[in-house]
Design a protein around this ligand. Structure first.
Ligand SMILES: [Zn+2]
Length: 335
């Protein structure tokens, strides 16, 4: 992983600055070779940084860990002359659990005055992971069968990418190249729960930037990706009427029954030939065997090939949400 991080940082350093992948240009020039060497010399430090960040639990709702990690990420940028804006997290309001997200870190380093026409870069990464404090998976270790591979919660998704981001910026600072551009870095802490708090800020910053880079690795070989399929996520909540299943079954309105019918209809919207998929990934609901369930929830993941399909997908979804087969139930879509 040490070498892989170096390679990624080298690639990003060059791509970020000259906007052409190294491979597309063939060889490195003398300055680039120097940057590469400087990064290689720091591979041990990269691995230790990764170990520290990965060992700091940042499950999306682990407030303490997220606060701690946000400082670890922000502080080295402030040493590079970035001005920090820390936006506190928000409660997402999911029923039945604490849902306070972690801080959104926005770090800015405008091009020095006098640098005309400097490009503006936006670099984005999230530091939350899907591993909450209760997970047994908490530490980084090196794969005993492959010393180049690190395993740990969020190594690939995406603290490894954050290490690349930081070291690439440090390398550019040391070579003096950081001053040739304006930089905005965003670390969000709610990506794994849908970026609901950070999305608007990321979009606003993106509109002000000439180039944007997201540091999450999406391909096993770490290749750069120019566009990705559309993705959406929704939480579907069905409310019914609770009743005792023995004495008052007819008075109940089963949220689970309604959700089950909706799940069948949602899954039927999948159309592989057009690259549209619906996946009901989790369902929850009910309280007791002998109670007609008042509530049921599902998380739904939607993927599609092109943005023109988004409207159609939303309409299909709305129809299923509004139309209840079990009379007396209602559904709300969240996300
Ligand atoms: Zn991710």
């Amino acid at each position: 992983m040490g070498m892989r991080l170096v390679r990624a940082a080298v690639l990003l350093t060059f791509v970020g600055f000259w906007l052409a992948p190294v491979s597309a240009r063939g060889t490195l020039d003398a300055d680039e070779v120097q940057l590469k060497r400087a990064l290689e010399a720091r591979s041990g430090e990269m691995l230790e940084t990764l170990r520290l960040w990965v060992g700091t639990n940042t499950g999306s709702f682990n407030q303490v860990g997220l606060e701690r990690c946000s400082k670890m990420l922000a502080e080295p940028l402030s040493r590079l002359g970035f001005a920090l804006e820390i936006v506190p997290g928000k409660a997402l309001g999911l029923p039945g659990r604490p849902t306070q997200t972690g801080p959104l870190v926005i770090a800015r380093r405008p091009a020095p005055s006098g640098v005309e026409g400097a490009p503006r870069f936006l670099l984005v990464g999230h530091y939350d992971t899907v591993f909450e404090l209760s997970s047994p998976f908490q530490r980084l270790r090196i794969d005993p069968n492959d010393p180049g591979r690190a395993i740990g919660p969020g190594v690939a998704d995406m603290k490894g990418g954050l290490v690349v981001l930081l070291f690439a910026l440090q390398a550019l600072a040391e070579s003096g190249d950081l001053d040739r551009a304006g930089w905005t870095v965003i670390f969000n802490a709610d990506e794994e729960v849908g970026s609901l708090v950070s999305r608007a800020r990321i979009e606003a910053e993106a509109r002000r930037a000439d180039y944007g880079f997201v540091f999450e690795a999406v391909r096993p070989d770490g290749a750069m990706v120019r566009s990705r399929r559309g993705v959406g996520q929704f939480r579907l909540e069905v409310s019914g009427v609770a009743a005792h299943a023995g004495q008052a079954h007819a008075k109940g309105r089963s949220a689970i029954h309604e959700l089950a019918l909706k799940v069948v209809r949602l899954e039927a919207l999948t159309d592989y030939s057009r690259g549209i998929t619906f996946n009901v990934g989790t369902i929850e609901g009910g309280t007791k065997r002998n109670i007609v369930p008042e509530r049921a929830y599902a998380w739904v993941d939607v993927r599609y090939d092109d943005s023109a399909q988004a409207k159609e997908i939303l309409e299909g979804l709305q129809l299923i949400v509004q139309d209840s087969a079990v009379k007396g139930t209602r559904a709300d879509l969240w996300g």
